[in-house]
Design a protein around this ligand. Sequence first.
Ligand code: NAD
Length: 364
Amino acid sequence: MTVFASTDYNAHEIVSHFHDPASGLRAIVAVHSTVLGPAFGGCRMYPYADDEAALADALRLSRAMTYKAALAGVPFGGGKAVIIGDPARDKSDALLTAMARFIDSFGGRYQTADDVGTTVGDMAVMRRITPYARGLADAAGEPCPATAWGTYHGLRAVARHRFGRRDLAGLSVAIQGLGSVGWRLAGYLAADGVRLVVSDIRPEAVARAVRAFGATAVTPDRILFEDVDILSPNALGAVFDDRTIPQLRARAIAGAANNQLARPEHGRMLAARGITYAPDYVVNAGGLIDVAHEGPGYDPQTVLHCCAGIAETVAAVLRRADRDGAAPADIADRMAEECLAAGADADKPLVSPGFRPYDIGALA
Ligand code: NAD
C-alpha cells in the first residue's frame, strides 16, 4: 500500500497508521489540511475489504472535510479517521479506548466525532481519554438537528434560485431516507406546506411520515425518479451516476447525503440536463458547524442561526455557477480552494471565531 501513489492522495499533511494488538484496533488517520484550523472529521468504523480501501476512504473523506469546513466558515481543517472492522462485531470499550489514545497522540491537530459505524455514545467513551473526541447528543440522545436545519435552508436557497420562491408552499419535494436528517427535514418542509414524496427501506419510517406529514410513499427504487420540484437525497452516497442521471425528473437537488455524485463529471452531467444541484458538502455542513461551537457557552440557538447561513453560501455557489457557465459542484470546489489560498496567505485565518458563513461578498 503506497500513500503517495494513491489516486486519492492530495498533498495530505499526515497519514498515520495505528495497530493495537490487545484490542484488535487497526486504524488510519488522514490529516488533509490544517491551513484554516485543526483537522476535523468523523471517525468511521467499517469492515473494509482491504487496507487499501480503508486508506482511500480516509484520504478522500479528509480532503472533502477541508472543503466543507472552508465553505462553512468554521476554523477547522480537514481530517478523517477510519477503523477497519465491523462495528456490530468488533467494537469494544478497549478498542475505543485504544482509538482515543491514537487520536490524543495528535495533540489536537486532528479532532474527531461520530460517523458511520460510531455513535455519540462511543465519543463519550473516547472522551474519558481525549478531549479531541467531539460530537454531543441533544436532549433526546440523538445527534443534534443542525444538519437537518442547514439542509432545510440550503433547500430553500435552491427554491429561491431556481423557482424565484421565497416560500416553499405548494412545491413538491422527494425525500430519500427518513433517518435523523431526513425525518427532521420532512417535518420542516411539511410545516411550510410542501407536498412530500418519501421513501425509506424501513417501512415503519415511511408509514410514520405518511401519517405525520400527509406524505406520499414510494418504493426505494422509484424515489430518485419522481417528477418533483426538488429531490433531496438523505440516505446514501453515489446516487447520481451514468445510470440515474438520464432518468431524473426533478428540477433541482438539495440533500444531506455525503458524496452524492459518483464521480466529479456527474456534477457536469446534472448541469447539462438543466438540473440545479446544490453541492452536498455545502448543504450538509450543519453538523460541522455544530461541532465547531461545542464547549463552554454552547448555545443551540446560535448554532441553528449559523446553520441558516448555509442558504447564503448555496446561493453564492449557484449564482457564480450561472455567471461562469459552470457546474455548481465545480464552483464550490473552486470557492473552497480560494478560501484555503486566502487562509494560507493571510497572517490570520480567513475564518473568524464567530463562525461567520463564507464571505460571499468577496468571491461571489
Ligand atoms: P441515518 O442513518 O439516520 O438515516 C439514513 C436513512 O436512510 C435510514 O432511515 C435508512 O433506513 C435510509 N435508507 C438507507 N438506504 C436507503 C435506500 N436505498 N432508500 C431509501 N432510504 C434508505 O443517517 P442520517 O444521519 O440521517 O444521515 C443521512 C445522510 O446524510 C447520510 O448520507 C450521512 O452521511 C449524511 N450526513 C449526515 C450528517 C448528520 O449530522 N447526521 C452530517 C453530514 C452528512
